[in-house]
Design a protein around this ligand. Structure first.
Ligand SMILES: Nc1nc2c(ncn2[C@@H]2O[C@H](COP(=O)(O)OP(=O)(O)OP(=O)(O)O)[C@@H](O)[C@H]2O)c(=O)[nH]1
Ligand SMILES: [Mg+2]
Length: 345
């Protein structure tokens, strides 16, 4: 299966320590002076660092092995080898790190500049200067450097979006994302155009900008791995609000709430806490409705669920301003502090 840039496995190796040095002081008329071999430097460690400028893990596509520099060997005259500098690997905010072999969660990098040491550098070996004793005046050996730590880790990106757009394939999520933000998400007249989460920023005067994420289309069984959606449902965990995008032109007036129920069933099966999030319903493609479509009746059925409902056209832009407004109002109504970072799960 094609690998998506929101989950990668990498191997990291700390640098090896430098070897200790075997050396003896040289002085005139003294064939062998005291031992003066310096210690090797320690190897560099491998560190992950959360960076605000990265949005995906796609930079790991080409490189999977990361080795920190080794420590330099010790030298004569008690000079110690230089330590290997750390190898710092940048990852986007919201990257979770798991040990690939044990499955253990090693860390969750949420704040800019936050760091996590993945592999320690090896200790440098001691030089022969360390090994003199009353019995041994001239040790002709030194310690080798220790190898650095090695670890295989899985990085998972949990996008820190404020608002998740969620809906059936082809409902118009990408079109909506493009209409509301400067996103260039691909729009296609077929299901599963969007294969990985897409982001955009929603701006409004006098309001905090919000990050919107389109999550690939959900179909029944998504939580069990059908389609693509389940891989991405986890991105929704940290959103503060969900917008359900429903293709109104495909709604059967005899069972108008079916698409919503389908989405809710998938969300519950994945994580029932998702249903507690504030939600807004966007009934899309209103421009496609046949004149005899019982629009009021269908709208009422949705309104009776107690949620904010807006009938819009992502394509023509009809009532998108009202949808924008509703998103902020709903966030405020639910008491979210719009200045704070994404709320933890
Ligand atoms: N007439 C009309 N067509 C729309 C509207 N919104 C989206 N479409 C069309 O519906 C099709 C699907 O749109 P997308 O935005 O790709 O849908 P999506 O929900 O992102 O689909 P996936 O990413 O495949 O899950 C495209 O052909 C769009 O042009 C709308 O409001 N009116
Ligand atoms: Mg799409």
């Amino acid at each position: 299966m094609k690998s998506f840039p929101d989950e990668v496995e990498i191997t990291v190796q700390g640098g090896a320590g430098g070897a200790g040095c075997v050396s003896f002081q040289r002085a005139a008329f003294k064939p062998r002076g005291r031992p003066d071999g310096g210690d090797g430097g320690s190897g560099g460690e491998v560190v992950l660092e959360a960076s605000q400028t990265l949005r995906t893990l796609s930079h790991f596509r080409r490189r999977r092995l990361f080795q920190a520099p080794n420590g330099k060997p010790g030298q004569s005259a008690d000079r110690h080898g230089r330590s290997g500098p750390p190898l710092i690997i940048s990852v986007p905010l919201g990257t979770r790190v798991y040990d690939r072999d044990t499955g253990e969660l090693l860390g969750d990098l949420l704040n800019p500049g936050e760091r996590l040491v993945l592999a320690h550098g090896g200790r440098g070996g001691k030089g022969n200067a360390h090994f003199t004793s009353s019995r041994m005046r001239s040790p002709r050996f030194a310690q080798p450097g220790e190898p650095g730590g090695e670890r295989r880790v899985r990085l998972e990106l949990h996008i820190l979006a404020d608002v998740g757009l969620i809906g059936q394939p082809n409902a118009g999520k990408s079109t909506l994302l493009r209409a509301l933000t400067a996103s260039k998400a691909r729009v296609g007249a077929f299901p599963f155009t969007t294969l990985s989460p897409q982001l955009g920023v929603l701006f409004q005067e006098d309001e905090e900008p919000l990050i919107l994420a389109e999550v690939p289309g959900l179909i029944p069984g998504a939580h069990r791995g059908k389609g693509l959606g389940h891989r991405f449902l986890r991105h929704l965990k940290r959103t503060r609000l969900l917008v359900h995008v429903i293709d109104l032109s495909q709604v059967n007036p005899g069972d108008p709430l079916a698409p919503l129920k389908e989405l809710e069933a998938e969300m519950t099966a994945f994580d029932s806490n998702l249903l507690d999030k504030p939600r807004v319903i966007a009934l899309n493609k209103i421009d496609l409705l046949a004149p005899d479509f019982p629009r009021q009746q269908v709208l009422k059925a949705y309104e009776d669920t107690g949620r904010r409902v807006l009938a819009v056209s992502a394509q023509t832009g009809l009532d998108l301003d009202a949808l924008r407004q509703a998103i902020w109002e709903e966030l405020r109504r639910c008491g979210h502090d719009l200045d704070s970072a994404a709320i933890p799960e």
